[in-house]
Design a protein around this ligand. Structure first.
Ligand SMILES: Nc1nc2c(c(=O)[nH]1)N[C@H]1C(S)=C(S)[C@@H](COP(=O)(O)O)O[C@H]1N2
Ligand SMILES: [Mo]
Length: 200
């Protein structure tokens, strides 16, 4: 089955696995540091920066927003690819509509528990396959896979698919995220093996 949002494969071939990647059929867990505990009473999701309407959503509010379903492949920069994960959650574009980014907002910094961050151009995040996922494969996201809420950006290496998201900061000027500031590519395109930042 060819699902939307599975990459640039298909332009010249039906190859599903990007160059230099190997297929895995399980769902590895990979992250830095401990798995945060989720306390729904004190948890919030803050959307701000260069926006007309900053918003703070509690867990009941976020989990009642309209949901979308995206089936997409997942490529970790360390070399594994998992095909056809079905995610459900709130489209990035729906969060942007609530907050109304100002015209100068070009970049977004995603803030997570324990200080993990990732950055993306707003244009990339507005793609229809980008979502804040609450569920995967028909079940609520487990804490180890980023529950209660993670970003999913299928067209980029998975360090951009930040787990345990708590904040979305719209910005005029780009700030590099955790791995982007430590030698990994800012653009992170699996189809061109865009793994590392150019040497400086
Ligand atoms: N908050 C946070 N999100 C993160 C990471 C992390 O260390 N912290 N690691 C990233 C990396 S490198 C990968 S490959 C994916 C792994 O997601 P998974 O554990 O659900 O497979 O999470 C990404 N999101
Ligand atoms: Mo990764």
């Amino acid at each position: 089955m060819i699902s939307p949002g599975s990459g640039k494969r298909g332009r010249f071939s039906l190859e599903r696995i990007p160059p230099g990647q190997r297929l895995t059929t399980d769902f590895p867990v990979l992250h830095l540091g401990p798995v945060p505990a989720f306390r729904p009473e004190s948890w919030d999701f803050r959307v701000g920066g260069a926006v007309a309407k900053p918003v703070v959503l509690g867990w009941p509010e976020l989990s009642r927003l309209p949901m979308v379903t995206v089936t997409a492949d997942f490529h970790c920069v360390t070399g594994w690819s998992r095909l056809d994960l079905t995610w459900e959650g709130v489209a990035f574009s729906a969060i942007a509509s609530l907050a109304q980014p100002r015209p100068e907002a070009r970049s977004v910094l995603i803030h997570c528990e324990y200080g993990y961050t990732t950055n993306l151009p707003l244009e990339n995040l507005m793609q229809p396959d980008v979502l804040f996922a609450l569920r995967v494969e028909g079940e609520p996201l487990t804490a180890e896979h980023g529950g209660p809420v993670r970003l999913v950006v299928p067209q980029k290496y998975a360090y951009k698919s930040a787990k345990w998201v708590r904040g979305v900061e719209f910005r005029e000027a780009e700030v590099l995220g955790y791995w982007e500031a430590r030698g990994y590519s800012n653009t992170a395109d699996p189809w061109t093996e865009d793994r590392y930042a150019p040497a400086r």
